[in-house]
Design a protein around this ligand. Structure first.
Ligand code: G3H
Ligand code: 13P
Ligand code: ZN
Length: 308
């Protein structure tokens, strides 16, 4: 099956009250672990590549790893650029054959974000490629943060409507309290679901995206720390909150950190337990299995199993 666009996937997710997992890929074992899980669970899949991943693995290698996944899996797969920072990288991915790109102008003033998003939409749409944009800042928020502070960083519902109308983007990443990495909350995890509801009321049936949505499961952090890592006090978005988000218009849930933790903990354990072993397949193989386990769990949390 060729790569698919996210349009149909998001329609299904909106209607069905589930979300699609968008997993960051950096190498062969990560691609394989994710795809093996999605095949077993019959889950539609978004494989996403950051600029850093593309540079690290080199554009041709990652692209062809995904082609191999298509040849061997018969799954609907979207290949997506994660956090494209300018028109040039979006264009390069559209030209290479990605079926979705993100232009992330969230750090710029609104007018500039609108202008750069519009330019990417004008290039991508005639070529059949969908565009994700971002409005609001993804920042870890402390318990005691004031309403005024939240208003300054989280997505404003009225601005979201103007942004979507003027840019023509296909989906919007919103800021409601999630953040990237393993340290998402200083106190009790909270997401601004009221704001999410206001945004979806304004936008109607429009796909929303949650970045920074890893759950940072305690067992994965412990596996790392038990074998020498120093990741104290890590905290992610609780799984029940992710499931709650999937029942809204959030159609795409971005996961990278949980994969990194699974991979790292497994490799650390292999090294600690088998110091005489130096065949890379002996630790990358178990790491690939660990990725698969995490993704299967994630698919259950998102409710997208059986939807492929
Ligand atoms: O949102 C960021 C993703 O986790 C990708 O991270 O830019 O280090 O590849 P990266
Ligand atoms: P996490 O760091 O929570 O995995 O988020 C990843 C992400 O948003 C990629 O764009
Ligand atoms: Zn992100």
């Amino acid at each position: 099956m060729p790569l698919v666009s996210s349009k149909e996937m998001f329609k299904g997710a909106l209607k069905g009250g589930y979300a699609i997992g968008a997993f960051n890929v950096n190498n062969m074992e990560i691609v394989q672990g994710i795809v093996d899980a999605a095949v077993e669970e019959k889950a539609p899949l978004i494989l996403q590549v950051s600029a850093g991943a593309r540079k690290y693995a080199r554009p041709e290698y990652l692209f062809h790893l995904v082609q191999a996944a298509l040849e061997t899996s018969n799954l609907p797969i979207v290949l997506h650029l994660d956090h494209g920072e300018d028109f040039e990288i979006c264009k390069s991915c559209v030209d290479q054959g990605f079926t979705s790109v993100m232009i992330d102008g969230s750090k710029y003033p609104l007018e500039q974000n609108i202008a750069m998003t519009k330019k990417v939409v004008e290039y991508a749409h005639p070529r059949g490629v969908t565009v994700e944009a971002e409005l609001g800042r993804l920042a870890g928020v402390e318990d005691a943060v004031s309403v005024a502070e939240k208003d300054a960083i989280f997505t404003d519902p009225a601005e979201a409507l103007r942004f979507v109308e003027e840019t023509g983007c296909d989906s919007l990443a919103i800021a409601i309290g999630t953040s990237h990495g393993a340290y998402k909350f200083k106190g009790t995890p909270t997401l601004d679901f009221e704001r999410l509801e206001k945004i979806q009321k304004k936008l109607g049936d429009f796909p929303l995206v949650l970045h920074g949505a890893s759950s940072v499961p305690a067992d994965l952090v412990k596996a790392c720390n038990d074998y020498g890592a120093k990741i104290p006090g890590a905290q992610g978005v609780p799984e029940d909150m992710i499931t709650k988000a999937t029942k809204t218009h959030v159609c795409k849930i971005n996961i990278d950190t949980d994969l990194r933790l699974a991979l790292t903990g497994t490799i650390r354990k292999c090294f600690a337990e088998n110091p005489a072993e130096f065949d890379p397949r002996k630790y990358l193989g178990p790491a690939r299995d660990a990725i698969k386990t995490v993704v299967k769990r994630k698919i259950k949390v998102l409710g997208c199993g059986g939807k492929a």
